[in-house]
Design a binder for this molecule. Structure first.
Ligand code: MF3
Ligand code: CO
Ligand code: CO
Length: 254
């Protein structure tokens, strides 16, 4: 039977720590380059330069044939947006940046959504960003030894429900470390399965994808870009955590 979770060795954890820290740094550096008027392709090229300048490789490039350096998802795009030369980022947009770095056998995977522009953030957008971030923190706080995967899911979903937010169901968090996607899945909603027991040495990518409207999504004809069915805004925040004997270690903080 396929393993349903992975306990990483100390040597693997050392490599994962380095790659994840690089991904966290790259995510925030790339975010600083986002400005109105630039194409998503231009931003993707900048992201490639940032990641390479750190000595890393773009972990998403070529993954199942994915053509971009990172994922850039604008407004109603949920995840897996591809940088293209004819899509321009505009003032008032929200842009989700999902960054994967590979370095010496370790993988980092982390995401954040940024608001573009200097004016006041519209209150519905601010709420979406705040609630998604809060859910990620709640999920990470539940990443304790003795808990199950479903405890993380429940903590995330609770924040969404309390705020009337749509939780994407077709995409989930995951184990991560020496491959981009490892078992187990980490859903952002409660499922009938409690999933594996959390144990020290497990590394999880926890990543709520929250929508202002419906939870329902579809995939564009480019076979990658995931969008909300009602065209409402979507946000995505992702951190990797190492399960320890005590509080989880967040590997992708700035
Ligand atoms: N970063 C995504 C995740 O959080 C996966 C992107 S895979 C790609 O799991 F192929 F779309 F890049
Ligand atoms: Co990601
Ligand atoms: Co991920």
């Amino acid at each position: 039977m396929a393993r349903d979770y992975i306990i990483h060795t100390p040597d693997e954890i050392a490599r994962i720590r380095v790659a994840a820290a690089m991904a966290g740094k790259a995510r925030d550096r790339i975010a600083e380059f986002v400005r109105p008027g630039m194409s998503t392709k231009e931003l993707d090229m900048v992201a490639g330069e940032v990641i390479h300048s750190m000595g890393g490789k773009c972990a998403f490039l070529g993954y199942h044939g994915y053509p971009g350096n990172i994922c850039i998802s604008v407004n109603d795009e949920v995840v897996h947006g591809i940088g293209v030369p004819d899509r321009f980022i505009l003032k008032g947009d929200i842009v989700s940046l999902d960054v994967g770095v590979e370095y010496e056998g370790g993988i980092g995977d982390t995401a954040r959504t940024v608001y573009v522009g200097d004016g006041p953030v519209p209150s519905n957008v601010q709420k979406l960003l705040d609630v998604t971030r809060e859910a990620l923190e709640a999920g990470m706080n539940a990443a304790l030894p003795g808990n199950y995967i479903r405890d993380i899911s429940a903590a995330i979903e609770k924040v969404a429900k309390r705020n009337g937010i749509g939780v994407v169901r077709d995409f989930v968090g995951h184990g991560c470390g020496t491959k981009l996607h490892e078992p187990p899945e980490v859903p952002n909603y409660v499922t009938p399965r409690r999933g594996p027991l959390l144990q020290p040495g497990m590394v999880l990518a926890i990543e709520p994808m929250f929508n202002l409207g419906t939870y329902k999504v579809f995939v564009r004809p480019n076979r990658w870009t995931v969008c909300t069915c009602d065209g409402e805004y979507s946000a995505h925040f992702e951190h990797m955590v190492l399960i320890t004997n005590e509080q989880p270690e967040v590997l992708t903080r700035a």
